[in-house]
Design a protein around this ligand. Structure first.
Ligand SMILES: Cc1cc2nc3c(=O)[nH]c(=O)nc-3n(C[C@H](O)[C@H](O)[C@H](O)COP(=O)(O)OP(=O)(O)OC[C@H]3O[C@@H](n4cnc5c(N)ncnc54)[C@H](O)[C@@H]3O)c2cc1C
Length: 560
């Protein structure tokens, strides 16, 4: 019989390890941070600890697992063996406690891991339903969040005719469409008066509902699920508050996510966080505790327009935060996270209907001008501040170029000349940006030039790669020929500073509702970190972690 080597972590319940950089979580934020950190610091020891017993996967593709459209290997975010090839150790273990004083982690099975710098990339958890909901423990009531959930559902689908999908957001809508595609009878339970309320207004949502109903779904609006009925331990039906019982053999809970804060709550020094938003971080993703950063779905940074702390739970934002975290951990210079990530955006496709929301399309402040266009099978909405786009919503058959529209918002580019095309949904991004490059509209304002020059002349700026398809003020800088205007190479573009009138659109909300009582002091406000002594600020000031240039006192004994 062929002997297969077991991974080094396998069966080792007493992990004793140390690394210059320790990352908790192998979601896309954690793995991106590890890969980028390796690029910046070739000699650093990097260890990723995760309770997930499979490699990093492309979560947006998970819904394809239901329909069997993607094989498991196609789900991988990076080719198999990427971590090993880059000298990144991976240990499968749940981290229970952060001993921030001793800079070490206590693992669930008893091990201890020392860190030079720690990145929390613990992502999000499914909200699920209240645990005490009658019948929630019946076989067939499942929460859809991670890969094993999807594999479980796929196995069960063969024996199921009626499926209940609970949750009126994008996740619920996508799940409904996947199940319809498989020929199931699908009941969609939505608590509110319309679907996708975080993304759409009523007019747009009605288009989606019509589309989903035409595809065959039975939509139950304003339906509160109050329990599940079973037959000898198996799900038989869903009970609603208005007294109906809908037969179903499978109930899939798609009620959204919240940041995974269990570990943050068990730190010996208080990590400041907000229950609904995540761990509060500054522009470099540093938390309130020295040598600890947070990135991805679990991190919340101050939104430049509103001053409130918000997480941006999306794949794209998690990748970009991973890059910022890597730069900070290795003492590199990078643009602040709010600038790197920019406006939030969400895109999905429900059968033939594309949905794209960028920025804040539902903004309703007095200064915001709203333009809408409603077709039989399309809906477009622009939110404008002067001639700048601050939000865009598009539903229809055509799939707009999401990143091009995001760029219009991030760079506060004038859109008066293209607003009709945006409204019709036939904006030609390629032509627009080509024209822009060659026009005077692209001239930089003086403060913008200065800021970019400072970044570009830092020792590490040339090695930075631009974030996925978006803007990167620090990359590709070239000195102007013979004193002319500076310019950037290739598709890398420059960011114009947001104009003051735009800033004033959303009233500032000072202070936070940090729920970590121990953190209610000045550490709750990253702005106040500026006055703290050097040793407390590290690595906030981007100092190279001392452990990177010193012998490692705790040689790795696991995960070799
Ligand atoms: C089903 C689904 C569909 C999605 N679709 C889209 C989409 O279409 N577009 C889009 O932009 N975004 C989508 N998202 C969101 C996007 O995938 C996430 O925003 C992104 O993957 C977050 O990455 P992350 O690294 O922050 O966290 P996660 O991917 O949640 O990873 C966190 C990791 O930390 C580990 N962990 C947590 N606590 C501990 C601990 N104490 N000890 C050890 N390990 C721990 C977890 O096991 C996990 O591996 C979707 C998400 C889901 C779940």
């Amino acid at each position: 019989m062929r002997k297969t080597a077991l991974p080094a972590w396998f069966g080792d319940s007493r992990i004793q390890a140390s690394a210059d950089i320790v990352i908790v979580g192998n979601g896309i934020a954690g793995l991106t941070a590890a890969i980028e950190a390796r690029r910046f610091a070739p000699d650093a020891t990097i260890l990723v600890l995760t309770e997930q017993c499979y490699p990093t996967i492309h979560t947006p593709a998970l819904r394809q697992v239901l329909s069997g459209k993607v094989g498991r290997s196609q789900l991988l975010a990076y080719p198999e063996g990427t971590e090993q090839a880059r000298g990144i150790k991976v240990g499968v273990a749940r981290v229970e406690v952060i001993d921030a004083v001793e800079q070490r982690l206590l693992l669930a099975r008893g091990g201890v891991v020392h860190y030079g710098v720690l990145l929390l990339a613990t992502g999000s958890v499914a909200r699920g339903l209240p645990k005490d909901l009658p019948g929630a423990a019946l076989d067939g009531v499942l929460t859809l969040h991670r890969l094993p959930d999807y594999l479980d559902v796929r196995r069960r689908l063969r024996e199921v005719r009626d499926v209940a999908v609970i949750g009126g957001g994008v996740h619920g809508a996508e799940t409904v469409m996947s199940l319809l595609h498989l020929g199931k009878r699908v009941h969609w339970f939505i608590r509110g008066a319309y679907c996708l309320p975080r993304l759409l207004n009523r007019a747009a949502a009605e288009l989606v509902l019509r589309h989903v109903e035409q595809a065959g779904a039975l939509v139950h609006l304003e339906s509160e699920v109050i329990g599940f009925l079973g037959s000898v331990g198996e799900l038989a039906g869903v009970a609603t508050a208005d007294g109906r019982i809908i037969p179903a053999q499978l109930a899939l809970i798609c009620t959204g996510t919240r940041p995974a804060l269990d570990l943050a709550a068990r730190s010996t020094l208080p990590l400041v966080y907000e229950e609904e938003q995540g761990i509060l971080v500054d522009e470099r993703l540093c938390t309130s505790v020295p040598a600890i950063l947070a990135a991805g779905d679990v991190a919340a940074w101050r939104h430049p327009l509103s001053s409130s702390y918000r997480s941006q739970p999306s794949w794209h934002a998690a990748v970009l935060q991973g890059r910022v975290a890597a730069a900070t951990m290795t003492g590199q210079m990078m643009a602040p996270v709010s600038g790197v990530v920019g406006a939030p955006w969400q895109a999905t496709r429900l059968g033939s209907l594309s949905i794209l929301a960028v920025g804040d399309p539902l903004a309703e402040e007095a200064e915001v001008k709203v333009l809408t266009r409603h077709g039989k099978q399309s809906y477009h909405r622009l939110a404008l501040a002067g001639d700048r786009l601050i939000g865009y919503l598009a539903l229809g058959r055509a799939q707009p170029d999401a990143l091009a529209i995001k760029r219009l918002i991030d760079e506060a580019l004038p859109v008066a000349a293209i607003q009709d095309a945006l409204l019709r949904g036939d904006f030609d991004a390629r032509a627009y940006f080509a024209r822009l490059r060659s026009s005077k509209l692209y001239t930089l304002t003086a403060p913008g030039r200065l800021a970019e020059r400072t970044l570009a002349t830092s020792r590490c700026a040339p090695s930075l790669s631009p974030p996925l398809g978006t803007t990167a003020a620090v990359a590709g800088w070239q000195e102007p020929p013979q004193g002319g205007e500076p310019f950037l190479q290739g598709s890398v573009s420059r960011r114009r500073p947001q104009t003051e009138p735009l800033r004033r659109l959303i009233p500032a909300q000072h202070g936070t509702n940090a729920t970590n009582a121990a953190g209610s002091g000045s550490l709750a406000d990253p702005d106040s970190w500026a006055g703290r002594p050097e040793h407390e600020l590290w690595p906030r000031r981007l100092a190279l972690p001392a452990s990177l240039s010193q012998p490692n006192p705790h040689p790795l004994r696991c995960c070799q």
